[in-house]
Design a protein around this ligand. Structure first.
Ligand code: C2E
Ligand code: MG
Ligand code: MG
Length: 579
């Protein structure tokens, strides 16, 4: 602390006449009161345009740090102006914070001032106290640092990222027409590393990735870890998208070489989404959300995605579908619709395909083509798939009970590749059949080629387990995926379902007709049955029947319908021709 002479203020070096020393008894009482206070405390007087220390406790002597030549303490320099303003005001009390440079760094104090009216010829006095807050400030600072940064990588977290962006936007000089960009990066296979190598390896991977991403930054860019496996970069863009794509290129290069984790070399796959501000006035949180929406699309497309209008709406819609679907599954808000499967030669109803239906009070009717992908992405497809299998088996049991004996029909249930990868589908069916008392040969599992390609060993085990339950297996949407023809031969598959995209316009499109005929002859040589999807006209039904196709499904016969209607439909046509 500086002495009074170094400050541009009136001298307070000696007690003014009529103050200190003149009322020894009073001073003794004052000193006793001050000594009882736990913080630095002193009494000041303002006499002859000078502020004087009338009395002070031990802590104040230590706090004041400056003394006059007679050894009397001086008013702390950092408080002087506030004290003077208080003296000239009509306030009865005041508090303020002061900061000064101490030997070990900045020191912080909370100070109070109170007015003590003068009496018996004594001037008005001012009670000053100062409480040391330096330790609290240090704790606050550490807590704040923890609050704003990610403990693992030491990068800013989501909140810290927002603060860093605000700081850059307000405290640095930006050229005219400058923009900023947010680049969101999602480590695609991170959860698999965590699951297979353990969380320590996952942590190591994140630290290495953080280091590599940091190396691709330019000065002034900010890298943050804004979620488990989500990173984001704030970048100043002088040349708009082109600057942004340069950074993306550097990120890709930084992540292109493999990372060593225990004994393995791991290649890091990431999805990248970018969003650009239109001006520096854009809300940064908004731009971060747009980049996150773009990265979600990038996860599906496998390309770098730049946010475009509408994407955020799409992301919001997916988000509300996910949360509403979670509720719907918990509260029984989904139903199954049943679409008849028709034997093309005899016209008999051989079975029904069970298709999930969802009519939400808020979102209205949401088609499965929209909610199944959301369910797959969010993991909800596992409970959804379980529900569908149980519900379909129960429906069969209810139809049997209504009819008095087992109906000669089976029900097809769709399986998602994600559900097959995550759930024990064989025991799910085993339980569904056991609870409903329905024989296994009345249920068919419909799976897609992608499920077999994703994990052939797992698919093989599952299909044989389904056979043990006497269930049938159908390959859905056949022709649209990458079929491994060998697997058709070696796996216990019973039925190929030709995708609607080949069937519906095969009469007009020669190429489509060729594909359908090829699938039919392939199936014949492999001894597989074929169902044609999407039969919308009688003409098409006849053409397929002539080509030897076993079974058909489509709007020409019937649309998917509720359980009771499906029963009535079957009951009305039992033993009758349907074509
Ligand atoms: P999918 O398994 O290929 O089901 C056939 C789809 O084609 C159904 O659409 C059906 O309504 C429709 N369809 C049938 N005949 C015709 C026709 O003649 N013309 C036209 N234009 N369409 C026809 P839907 O019900 O919208 O289901 C779409 C997809 O959603 C299903 O395709 C299936 O992949 C999936 N899905 C539905 N329910 C479930 C479920 O419970 N679990 C799983 N994992 N997926 C399901
Ligand atoms: Mg299907
Ligand atoms: Mg299909």
């Amino acid at each position: 602390m500086e002495s009074s002479s170094a400050c541009n203020r009136p001298a307070i070096d000696a007690p003014a006449s009529g103050v200190a020393g003149l009322y020894p008894e009073q001073e003794r009482i004052d000193s006793a009161w001050l000594a009882a206070l736990p913080q630095a405390a002193a009494l000041f007087a303002f006499v002859d345009n000078r502020i004087e220390v009338v009395a002070g406790n031990e802590r104040f002597l230590a706090h004041s740090q400056a003394q006059n030549e007679k050894g009397r303490p001086l008013v702390p320099a950092d408080c002087w102006n506030v004290i003077l303003a208080f003296v000239h005001s009509d306030k009865s009390s005041e508090w303020f914070e002061s900061r000064r440079e101490g030997k070990l760094g900045p020191e912080y104090f909370t100070c109070t001032l109170g007015r003590i009216p003068g009496a018996d010829g004594r001037p008005e006095l001012y009670l000053f106290t100062a409480s040391d807050r330096t330790n609290e400030r240090a704790i606050e600072k550490n807590l704040r640092r923890e609050l704003l940064s990610d403990g693992l990588t030491a990068l800013p977290n989501r909140t810290g990222f927002g603060e860093e962006i605000d700081d850059r936007l307000t405290n640095s000089v930006w050229p005219e027409n400058a923009q900023f960009g947010i680049i969101a990066i999602d480590l695609s296979r991170f959860s698999r590393v965590n699951e297979s190598l353990g969380p320590m390896a996952g942590d190591e991977l994140l630290i290495t990735v953080a280091k590599r991403l940091k190396s691709s930054l330019r000065q002034g860019d900010v890298l943050a870890r804004i979620g488990g496996n989500d990173f984001a970069i704030f970048a100043r863009l002088n040349n708009g998208l082109s600057d942004c794509l340069h950074i993306v290129q550097r990120i890709k290069e930084a992540l292109s070489s493999t990372i060593r984790l225990s004994d393995l070399q791991i290649r890091v796959d990431c999805a990248i989404g970018c969003a650009l501000s239109t001006s520096l006035d854009d809300d940064p949180d908004d731009v971060v959300r747009k980049a996150q929406a773009a990265v979600k699309i990038a996860k599906r497309s496998g390309k770098v995605e730049i946010y475009r209008n509408g994407v955020l709406k799409e992301a919001q819609r997916r988000f509300s579908i996910e949360s509403r679907l979670r509720d719907a599954l918990a509260q029984g808000g989904l139903t199954l619709a049943y679409q008849p499967l028709i034997h093309l030669h005899t016209g008999e109803i051989t079975g029904f395909e069970a298709l999930a239906r969802w009519d939400d009070p808020e979102l209205g009717r949401v088609p499965p083509t929209e909610f199944i992908p959301v369910a797959e992405e969010s993991g909800l497809v596992t409970p959804l798939g379980r529900w569908a299998a149980y519900e379909a088996a129960q429906a069969l049991a209810r139809w049997d009970a209504k009819f008095g004996t087992a109906l000669p029909v089976s029900v097809n249930v769709n399986l998602s590749p994600i559900q097959m990868a995550r759930d024990d589908v064989a025991s799910m069916f085993e339980e569904a059949l056991r609870y409903s008392g329905v024989a296994g040969n009345r249920m068919t599992a419909e799976l897609t080629e992608s499920a077999i390609v994703a994990d052939p060993d797992k698919a093989r085990k599952l299909l044989f387990a389904l056979k043990d339950l006497r269930m049938s297996v159908a390959m859905d949407d056949f022709g649209t995926g990458f079929s491994n023809l060998a697997s058709l031969h070696t796996l216990p598959i019973d039925i190929l379902k030709i995708d609607r995209s080949f069937v519906s316009n095969m009469l007009e499109d020669h190429d489509k007709a060729v594909i359908v005929r090829t699938i039919l002859s392939l199936a014949e040589s492999l001894n597989l049955k074929v169902t044609a999807e999407g039969i919308e006209t009688q003409e098409l039904a006849h053409a397929l029947q002539k080509l030897g196709c076993w079974q058909g499904q489509g709007y020409h016969f019937a649309r998917p319908m509720p359980e009771a209607e499906a029963f009535d439909y079957w009951r009305a046509r039992w033993n009758f021709e349907t074509i």
